[in-house]
Design a protein around this ligand. Structure first.
Ligand SMILES: NC(=O)c1ccc[n+]([C@@H]2O[C@H](COP(=O)([O-])OP(=O)(O)OC[C@H]3O[C@@H](n4cnc5c(N)ncnc54)[C@H](O)[C@@H]3O)[C@@H](O)[C@H]2O)c1
Length: 347
């Protein structure tokens, strides 16, 4: 049995990770950590797990084999370090960290401890994305030369997103990590250069971070990429992915499982303000979280390599880092891929 302690008891832990983990044979949720005891208890109770407010104490529990981190980005590094120090594996939700320095510190810590770090990015595990990958790999759209992803919401749901000290940045980090991973998944080569433009159009009174970002990517094999990522779709949501090949094109509209989509900030005849269509049900399956966490459990059990090791999250952050430099310089910037460790640089 693999004992998993979940760090975080908010939106994503409750809606996705806890219910998914509970469905995986051979996995036991042993604990839930939150900042308030009440929240930890109410999230832990349905699974018969223990509630904690102290991260170190929770991770040190001998029943814990894996620490699944589903808390805000400022918690990711300390939680991975605590897991490694206690000889436990870690699963870390996107974005892997607030910046490259934190990501490198995580990778160095797990390497020194001989533990593993998995990057919990669900996009490649979405069944429609998996199906598209099978079609592309089978040659149905010819040679891929362009990839595109749009990830947008109306507003983040918790205050910490608006505080770059805690979140690490705005939509270019929070949302673009999904788009970038989609593009990387299909381009078949690392991102070499990125040009970014961004602005704060809707949430300027609440944050200094950008709420809207547009990135153009150039991959090492010449493939072009575009990412449109935002917190600036009032009342709406967007999750669309495209792959263009020399013989065809695939569009995945991830919300298009509901036939009627009406989005309105002020209200519509078929619904109130906001989304008049619910999140796709069952999100657990449709959004790939169950498959992703099942894959990580298999990797822990068998020792096999993962398609989403911590290094993947670091590679995505390296593109966000180049995008931030591009925003400052007004020019296309090169992605720095070397991991910096205490011992020097590794490729
Ligand atoms: N598709 C996705 O993969 C997806 C979707 C939404 C959110 N997320 C990510 O999940 C993470 C959490 O987001 P959320 O929406 O659940 O946030 P949230 O605000 O709803 O919940 C945050 C939770 O973290 C807990 N927390 C905060 N500081 C802590 C600490 N020091 N120790 C232990 N627990 C602490 C809080 O008590 C709370 O339970 C973020 O990194 C976010 O980017 C991923």
């Amino acid at each position: 049995m693999i004992g998993v302690c979940v760090v975080g008891a908010g939106f994503w832990a409750r809606e996705m990770h806890l219910p998914a983990l509970a469905r995986i044979p051979g996995v036991k949720i042993t604990g839930v950590v939150a900042t308030s005891e009440e929240s930890a208890k109410s999230a832990a109770a349905p699974y018969g797990a223990r509630a904690f407010t102290d991260l170190e104490q929770a991770v040190a529990d001998p029943g814990v084999d894996v620490v699944d981190i589903v808390a805000p980005p400022d918690v990711h590094l300390p939680a991975v370090l605590a897991a490694a120090a206690n000889g436990k594996h870690a699963i870390c939700i996107k974005p892997l960290a607030r910046n490259l320095e934190e990501a490198d510190a995580m990778l160095a810590a797990v390497e020194a401890a001989g533990t593993r770090l998995f990057y919990a990015e669900n996009v490649p595990f979405i069944p429609a994305v998996q199906e598209a990958k099978r079609l592309v790999d089978a040659g149905h759209i010819g040679e891929v030369f362009r990839v595109k992803a749009c990830e947008g919401i109306g507003a983040p749901h918790s205050e910490w997103f608006f505080d770059p000290e805690r979140s690490g940045g705005g939509a270019m980090l929070d949302m673009a990590v999904h788009s970038l991973e989609f593009c990387r998944f299909f381009a078949g080569a690392p991102v070499q250069g990125v040009y970014a433009d961004a602005g704060t159009f809707v949430w300027g009174e609440r944050t200094t971070a950008e709420d809207t970002a547009v990135l153009t990517l150039r991959f090492a094999n010449g493939v072009l990429g575009q990412c449109e990522d935002s917190w600036s779709l009032p009342g709406a949501m967007d999750s669309r992915f495209e792959v263009f090949g020399t013989a065809g094109r695939i569009l995945i509209d991830n919300l298009h499982r509901q036939p009627l989509q009406v989005v309105s900030a002020t209200g519509s005849p078929v619904g109130g303000a906001g989304w008049s269509f619910p999140l796709p049900v069952p999100g657990l399956l449709a959004d790939g979280h169950l498959d992703m966490l099942t894959h990580f459990a298999d990797c822990v059990r068998t020792g096999r390599p993962s398609v989403s090791e911590g290094r993947v999250g670091r590679d995505v952050l390296a593109v966000v880092d180049a995008a931030a430099r591009s925003l400052a310089s007004g020019r296309r910037e090169t992605v720095r891929s070397n991991i910096r460790t205490n011992q020097g640089e590794i490729s």
